[in-house]
Ligand binder design. Structure first.
Ligand code: SAH
Length: 354
């Protein structure tokens, strides 16, 4: 069995030098290589290194560069959605969005997801594996290189549950923050979780000034369990309790994400229960018009319904906004491109097997 090759872009400067010592490279070569690795380049792209050296490196090591397997550019707002190939058959998605304040990257933290939320495309496509810290950062680097831009904000809202891959996600945040690298401040990072309480506790201990987003989707325990199986294990009372200690401990408001699904969780009774449960806490509610995913049977709530739901929350004293849909024409909802690619390759296998 082939052993996994070390990715040179995941080594510290000291580790890289120790690893390459047998090659006896002059120091300027190592620095050239280091610069390319930091930008997420592949060995082929490192054109100022001798071809012979690139070949030697490629025989022994991985470059950790993410290959673009698919790309969709929105004609509406310039949002770009990427499908990346991790080189081992796993595919992930990332999205690059342009806002007035600059570029924001939505990154995946796992190839697939184990959480099984009923409205989500990622859950339907199954779980592959956790991403390494280098692969999470690599998504940002690959997008920056592809569009020649600098990413200033990152949201961990792509495929996967970040707190189910805690150590790698934490290492990623440190890499992304590195002033010599991606140089993204913690205040411009958001981590979104379906509500894994032990992970939220660990995150609190790290004391990083990032934004914590919690996917709520219903203020009623039983209904939330039906939508999000993880709610059976971590119930709403305990979840909201830990979120309150997070916001009081950090002084930063928690964002609750709430996907508006027509006739399911968009009634006045839901708004009133949100007010009852969240009133007086340091929080913000982000209403997301749900992206209809094939096979879920859920439809997006009407715009007027969403607006009156938001107004009701505000009257009840809660800060609430409606998320602007980005890249509507390219199905920028995370997980859909990957699911489509996986389904197509499965269809191909089926055709070949006939
Ligand atoms: N696992 C994490 C992060 C990934 S999902 C989490 O659950 O928060 C990012 C956000 O997209 C979550 O709020 C999730 O509930 C939401 N989401 C998933 N599928 C969606 C859909 N079809 N329409 C709208 N939002 C969706």
């Amino acid at each position: 069995m082939a052993t996994a090759r070390r990715n040179l872009n995941e080594l510290s400067p000291e580790e890289l030098r120790a690893e390459l010592a047998p090659l006896k490279l002059p120091d300027y070569r190592v620095r050239q290589l280091e610069k390319w690795l930091a930008r997420g380049a592949s060995f082929e792209e490192m054109t100022d290194l001798p071809a012979e050296l690139r070949k030697t490196l490629a025989e022994t090591y991985g470059d950790g560069a993410l290959r673009i397997a698919g790309k969709l550019v929105s004609a509406v707002d310039g949002t770009v959605k990427y499908l990346f190939d991790l080189g081992d058959g796993n595919l992930i998605e990332s999205v690059l969005m342009k806002y007035k304040y600059g570029y924001s990257a939505c990154v995946s933290t796992q190839a697939g997801c184990k959480m099984g939320c009923t409205f989500c495309a990622s859950a339907k496509a199954g779980f592959g594996r956790d991403l390494t810290a280098g692969e999470i950062a690599g998504q940002i680097k690959a997008m920056e290189r592809d569009r020649d831009v600098k990413v200033g904000h990152v949201v961990m809202m792509g495929v996967g549950e970040p707190l189910d891959n805690f150590d790698n996600v934490l290492a990623f945040m440190h890499i992304a923050h590195d002033p010599g690298g991606l140089n993204i401040s913690y205040r411009k990072m958001s981590l979104s979780t379906c509500g894994l309480i032990p992970g939220i506790k660990r995150l609190m201990e790290e004391d990083l000034p990032i934004t914590l987003s919690v996917s709520l989707h219903s203020p009623f325990q039983e209904e939330r369990e039906r939508m999000m199986p993880v709610a059976r294990k971590y119930d709403l009372d305990k979840l909201l309790e830990i979120c309150n200690s997070y916001s009081s401990g950090t002084g930063r408001r928690v964002t609750y994400e709430y996907a508006m699904i027509s006739g399911v969780n968009d009634t006045d009774a839901h708004a009133d229960e949100l007010i009852r449960r969240l009133g007086g806490t340091l929080c913000h509610i982000n209403l997301i018009p749900v992206n209809a995913v094939k096979g879920t049977g859920y439809a997006r709530a009407q715009r007027e319904r969403i607006d009156s739901f938001r107004a009701r929350l505000e009257r009840g004293g809660l800060a609430a906004t409606v998320r602007r849909a980005m890249g509507r024409d390219i199905e920028a909802a995370c997980g859909q491109l990957r699911r489509q690619a996986l389904e197509e390759s499965r269809d191909e296998v089926r055709r070949e097997n006939r």
